[in-house]
Ligand binder design. Structure first.
Ligand SMILES: [Zn+2]
Length: 370
């Protein structure tokens, strides 16, 4: 059977670094890179990009979902690389210029001279110094240079690639960009500082009663950068993947409700759901799981610092997902291995997949459907 979409969750420790390929019959694949993991992911990402076919290594779209070190750390060297300046078609990223400004009014578009990597690093480009001609990266071209957002809560925005995927933006809302605006400098400083916080040893408890674990649905993610995260539904040749970034469960959930209503369906079923915020209980809400029933759920984290995925998050997934679905982990460790307990799998009718080692990541291939 022909593969329509191939998704690779690279090992990016606590972060996200995803390569999505939409395969075309008799043509080059359309490729999207979503985030670059923390800074130390870059050598691995660089090696992965070097392994793309030499005749066609193009990344059609590189997405920076939001400004957090575990997503943009590896993206900064990527966007400065010769590879990016030669092979990237468009960068999707909401920079400071895309945030609603109380003094200047609503969101606006990239202006000439506004430099993407300067925006990401907080280091301004000196006037008349750089970029050399042709050195500026394409930035939100698909969106006319404007912000990538849904507008009001429950909104969505769809763009179609010629002979390629249809992509629907489901997060952030304009409101979430506005909330980030006054906090932008602090968020950027936190990123460039690169501190991950103090790691304490993880001691995962036995998974006994999933209903009890899933129940407290009150701890919500309050991080303004996470709330501004871009979430995308990629659909191609009958296959679909929901890339949730670190989006808020209620914002993404509302986007899915709106999309389902527009489609005249009760929910938005997908093949793959890359869970938001590495499987955090503050983002993977029961109502969200209900709105995007999937055949495969991807968790991207090795558990560093934050001990993701949270048991509450995966309990909600297991209790809410369609029968026979599979949990995919891009790291096998004590925390993720507990979900492979045969009694648990039998009782709740699901499967698990783990990489063979810490360098393999998770790779999923989705078949084309008529
Ligand atoms: Zn993250």
């Amino acid at each position: 059977m022909a593969t329509a979409i191939r998704i690779e969750a690279l090992p990016a420790r606590l972060g996200d670094c995803l390569l999505v390929e939409c395969l075309r019959e008799g043509g080059r694949p359309w490729r999207m890179l979503v985030d670059g993991g923390p800074p130390d992911t870059w050598p691995r990402l660089e090696a992965r990009l070097a392994a793309l076919p030499a005749a066609d290594p193009g990344i059609d779209v590189a997405v920076v979902t939001h400004i957090d070190s575990d997503h943009i750390g590896g993206m900064i060297p990527f966007l400065r690389s010769e590879f990016a300046h030669t092979h990237v078609g468009d960068v999707w990223f909401n920079g400071r210029c895309h945030l609603p400004d109380p003094n200047r009014g609503p969101v606006r578009s990239v202006k000439q001279g506004e430099d993407l990597t300067a925006e990401l690093t907080g280091v301004p480009v000196r006037p008349n110094a750089d970029p050399r001609p042709g050195r500026a990266l394409p930035w939100n071209l698909t969106f006319g240079g404007g912000p990538i957002q849904t507008g009001d809560e429950g909104g969505h925005r769809t763009v179609a690639v010629d002979d390629g995927p249809t992509i629907t933006v489901l997060s952030p809302t304009t409101k979430r960009l506005a909330i980030l605006a006054p906090l932008w400098d602090d968020a950027l400083r936190a990123v460039t500082r690169g501190s991950e916080g103090i790691a304490v040893p993880d001691s995962p408890a036995p998974l006994d009663d999933l209903v009890r674990l899933a129940a407290p649905d009150t701890a919500r993610d309050r991080s303004a950068p996470n709330g501004s995260s871009i979430a995308l539904l990629v659909e191609h040749r009958g296959a679909s993947v929901l890339l949730a970034g670190d989006a808020f469960g209620n914002v993404l959930g509302a986007g899915l409700v709106g999309l389902a209503a527009a489609r005249g369906t009760a929910a938005v079923p997908v093949d793959v759901f890359k869970l938001p915020h590495h499987g955090s209980r503050g983002n993977v809400l029961a109502a969200l799981v209900e709105r995007a029933p999937a055949r495969h759920y991807v968790v991207s984290s090795n558990g560093d610092v934050f001990h993701h995925p949270d048991d509450a998050a995966l309990a909600r997934v297991v209790l809410g997902m369609p029968a026979g679905a599979t949990l995919w982990f891009n790291y096998a460790n004590e925390r993720t291995r507990r979900w492979d307990d045969p009694r648990l799998r039998d009782r709740h009718d699901y499967g698990t997949r783990y990489p063979i080692d810490d360098s393999a990541g998770a790779v999923l291939e989705l078949a084309a459907r008529p």
